[in-house]
Design a protein around this ligand. Structure first.
Ligand code: HEM
Length: 407
């Protein structure tokens, strides 16, 4: 055993990470997996980096997603606290079950089948615009556009408001990073207030015009839907719609951006995809594994929890490294290699258990179509500069990715 590596792993603290970790967390995750897989941070929380440990936590019934206490300490009172403690993702049953059931109506196979031609159409139009521009920032011009259009369509967000959604989303989700500045906190609170006011108006309008929903729109079923005699209150509706919008576009933007960036960094794999378009499905799965848009999750142990030889006592706050799990050599052969034909590929990018991503099928559809159609139409796409990652540990994706489509 290498003592330096062991000491480095032991000295790691998730609450004191720096830009190097954010840029390239993978060497540190390997160190932790090898030398400190159930790693204690200075504040007593635990950081898990092995696949089986992360999965066991997600599948356990004694793990809570309720963050009222942690968010109360972190955010105080204000929009961020209201938002994150009302979203289904940070709640346990029975509230979680009710909201999930109501939101699920948006993701039935029938609704998703309706989406496919819409997705294809939006992409064709976007690609037409790219052809005119030739040289552009891939994230702004393409990756962020499709998911925003899709989720706005599902919730009936009018055209004129759509350009603001990504800024709101980054401000709200950015505040979830382990360490945040006062500016980031303020930006997050303001984003919840502004975005909330917009949705409040929209929901009131739909309440007064119950028959005004367009084809494929799901806001109506969230407003009027009922599960076990319970309807969502206005606050629950507003905050869960904000959540759906955020969940639905930032992660998918990252998936599309990470896919192109990783393909450009791995020209052999890119050539393989160009020669075999049928590999698009497994290529998207590999991007989800290799550059997971959501890298870190959290749970609180409500009871003592046994993990191999260690018992995590009730009350332990657990950080799950999705990124670490997805490169665990115990599950993935040659895990640091980007291999678009990898099979099987049971990554945890959408996690497992009762909070498993509700939008997994939709985002796979979007990712497949966005990259598949792009590569077919512009196979010579190439980088014109270095991509710029978001400065966030939890969400891995690009802020900027300059490219040119010509040869
Ligand atoms: C590549 C894209 C995406 C990734 C990587 C992703 C990842 C995740 C992950 C890891 C979770 C679980 C978080 C936790 O409980 O700790 C989650 C939950 C969720 N995601 Fe996604 N997501 C993506 C796209 C989407 C899309 C497109 C939508 C909807 C339009 C969506 C809606 C949701 C919802 C509603 C939940 C909460 C589920 C619950 O708490 O029961 N996601 N997602």
């Amino acid at each position: 055993m290498n003592i330096d590596d062991l000491n480095k792993a032991r000295a790691f603290d998730l609450n004191a990470i720096d830009a190097d970790f954010i840029n390239d967390p993978f060497p540190t995750l390997k160190l932790l997996r090898d030398h400190s897989p159930v790693h204690r941070n200075l504040d007593g929380s635990v950081y898990l980096t092995r696949y089986n440990d992360v999965k066991a936590v997600y599948q356990s019934k004694v793990m809570s997603s309720d963050k009222k206490q942690a968010f109360g300490e972190k955010f105080g009172k204000g929009g961020l606290y209201t938002h994150h403690t009302t979203s289904l993702i940070f709640n346990d049953p029975p509230y979680h079950t009710i909201v999930r059931k109501l939101l699920s109506s948006a993701f039935t196979p029938r609704k998703l089948a309706e989406m496919e031609p819409l997705i294809k159409n939006i992409i064709d139009n976007l690609l037409d615009q790219l052809e005119e521009e030739q040289e552009f920032d891939f994230i702004e011009a393409y990756a962020s556009k499709l998911p925003t259009e899709i989720i706005s369509f599902m919730l009936g967000i009018p055209e004129q408001h759509r350009s603001r959604l990504r800024g709101y989303s980054m401000a709200i989700l950015g505040a979830l990073d382990p360490v945040i500045s006062d500016e980031r906190m303020q930006a997050g609170n303001e984003a919840v207030d502004e975005f909330g006011a917009l949705l409040d108006d929209l929901i009131n309008h739909r309440r007064n015009n119950p028959d005004g929903a367009g084809e494929g729109e799901v806001l109506e079923s969230l407003i009027f839907g009922e599960f076990n005699g319970k309807k969502l209150t206005q606050k629950e509706l507003v905050q869960n719609c904000i959540f759906l919008l955020n969940a639905g576009h930032e992660t998918t933007t990252s998936l599309v951006g990470n896919a192109l960036a990783t393909l450009l960094d791995n020209p052999d794999e890119f050539s393989k995809l160009k020669a075999n378009p049928d590999l698009i499905e497994s290529a998207i799965e590999e991007v989800l594994r290799f550059q997971s848009p959501l890298q870190i999750g959290n749970r609180l142990a409500l009871e003592d929890f046994e993990l191999n030889d260690t018992v995590l006592p009730a009350g332990t706050y657990i950080h799950t490294s999705i990124a670490g799990a997805n490169r665990d050599p115990a599950v993935f052969t040659d895990p640091e290699k980007f291999d678009i034909s990898r099979k099987p590929n049971r990554h945890l990018a959408f996690i497992a258990g009762i909070h498993v991503c509700l939008g997994a099928t939709l985002s796979r559809l979007e990712g497949k179509a966005a990259i598949g159609q792009l590569v077919q139409r512009f196979p010579d796409i190439q980088a014109t500069g270095t991509g710029e990652l978001n400065p966030l540990a939890r969400f891995r994706g690009y802020n900027k990715l300059p490219v040119r489509i010509g040869g």
